[in-house]
Design a protein around this ligand. Structure first.
Ligand code: ADP
Length: 299
């Protein structure tokens, strides 16, 4: 076991990328994921600020962990879209692998959800439109994210949504390919993954359905106290839209369309952009940051 001091020593205050001759100063700590620690890092020459995702090589002992990080980097570096976390580079030293990412200062939609619970439909349209634009881009590039969840939807200072964390993402290599394996546990896991039937782009539509439900109702659709029970409900597609909830018919329709057990029956991501929910209601071009803590007025 590494002591705390060991840990501190392994990430230097000044991080040097030999390849580009750029030095970054390590700033405040953002959080810790499975293997990664995330810090604010500043390019000492330009003053540009980024999020540095830092993975200790010492912790990547099993060979497939290294392969997974290589795959995450290969996929993420190939992407460039306003609703996908920008990838600015990666490098390594003897201790760590460093990934330089677009900084998302307003954390993720997870923190927003914890604070606000159910959002207004106007807000949901605002966020979901951007999520859909990002996923249209991914699917056009044959990338399945496979772990779309509130914690992977980052927010910048302008509350623009940036899809991040490509740790479980996969590339479809030929038309009609069905993926058979997935190393990891997606949060909003689709029934066809649980049933090991082979899966593709439709798993992201399922996750978008779970995201829509959570944002509109205030809690996830299949949540129970036990994972076993949650998985059993997912396989039966057993969820309820509480009668007490005030959500519109177009919102109910988009949830019902996306949360269907048969992946073939789910709409494509482009169809969702044209759904009644997104086209028949007002979508603001911006939201004030006060929306992170309180509902906007007049909604
Ligand atoms: P995980 O292993 O859970 O996927 P990540 O490495 O994606 O974790 O993220 C670890 C922490 O860093 C999280 O708390 C997340 O909020 C933060 N983080 C990740 N990417 C960014 C970013 N681009 N901007 C700001 N914070 C980030």
């Amino acid at each position: 076991m590494a002591s705390r001091d060991d840990d501190k020593q392994s990430i230097p205050e000044l991080i040097y990328d030999v390849g580009t001759n750029v030095t970054y100063r390590k700033g405040r700590f953002f959080g810790k994921g499975g293997f990664a620690k995330c810090y604010e890092i500043t390019d000492t020459k330009t003053g540009n600020v980024y999020a540095g995702k830092i993975v200790s090589k010492r912790l990547m002992t099993k060979h497939n962990q290294k392969d997974k990080l290589t795959q995450e980097i290969a996929i993420h570096r190939s992407l460039n879209h306003k609703n996908v976390v920008g990838f600015h580079g990666f490098f390594e030293d003897s201790q760590n692998v460093y990934i330089v990412l677009e900084l998302c200062r307003r954390r993720s939609m997870m923190e927003l959800h914890k604070r606000r619970k159910a959002l207004t439909e106007t807000e949901v349209r605002y966020y979901v439109r951007q999520i859909l634009l990002g996923v249209v881009y991914l699917h056009q590039h044959r990338i399945i994210h496979r772990d779309l969840k509130l914690g992977n939807l980052f927010l910048n200072d302008n509350l623009e949504v940036k899809i991040g964390d490509f740790g479980l993402a996969a590339k479809i290599e030929f038309d009609g390919e069905r993926k058979r394996t997935l190393c990891g546990t997606p949060n909003y896991i689709a029934p066809e993954i649980l049933n090991k039937q082979g899966h593709s782009f439709e798993v992201d539509i399922w996750s978008i359905g779970c995201i829509l439900y959570t944002l509109l109702i205030g809690r996830p659709p299949f949540e129970t106290n036990s994972l076993k029970e949650t998985y059993s409900r997912i396989k039966k597609c057993e969820y309820k839209i509480p009668t007490s909830s005030q959500i519109s018919n177009s919102a109910i329709k988009i949830i019902r369309a996306t949360l269907q057990p048969d992946p073939k029956c789910r709409p494509k991501v482009e169809d969702l952009l044209n759904s009644e929910f997104l086209t028949s209601g007002y979508i603001p071009s911006q939201l004030p940051v006060s929306c992170l803590t309180v509902a906007p007025r007049a909604d």
